[in-house]
Design a protein around this ligand. Sequence first.
Ligand SMILES: [Cu+2]
Length: 175
Amino acid sequence: MSNWEVPREIRLRVLVTVLAMLPGLIGLASAAAPPIDKHYYLPDAAASNIVSVAKTGNPEAEVIVLTEAVAIKETGPKETIATFGEVYAFSPTFIAIRREVPTMLTFWNLQPDDEHDFMLAAPDSTVLMHLKLEPLTKTSYIFTFHKDGIFNFYCAVHQPEMNGQILVLPPTSTK
Ligand SMILES: [Cu+2]
């Protein structure tokens, strides 16, 4: 083997890596949650170009998002839990927001003993922020989106079922 030849196992490894990246490279939409990070944070400087998130301000709209218990060990049905595990859902799962309109999202964690969280991803699946939603607590933030598109959100604790989408629309022409 000459010095210039790439060893076969390295060539194979590169091929496997490229194949693994293919779905992302060709832009296949994936509903699967991005990798879960148990560290909580608001959008950083780069992510704030896509969405700004603040505790205070003057929201023009408010949406309340509940954490709904669909099938839980306290109330069953126990056959459902045996098959699926405990099941939770956000309600609503679909929220339409206009770009540049400050909108308060208030999460009500209705469960006395279950932690949920809110992980927001950009249309390219980059995670923008991750909030903890404490049991029996309302958590409010004012969101101002600066880009249109579909933003998936996830509760990282309850995957794969506890998800939703925010559709960010262009501002109305009269605004
Ligand atoms: Cu959850």
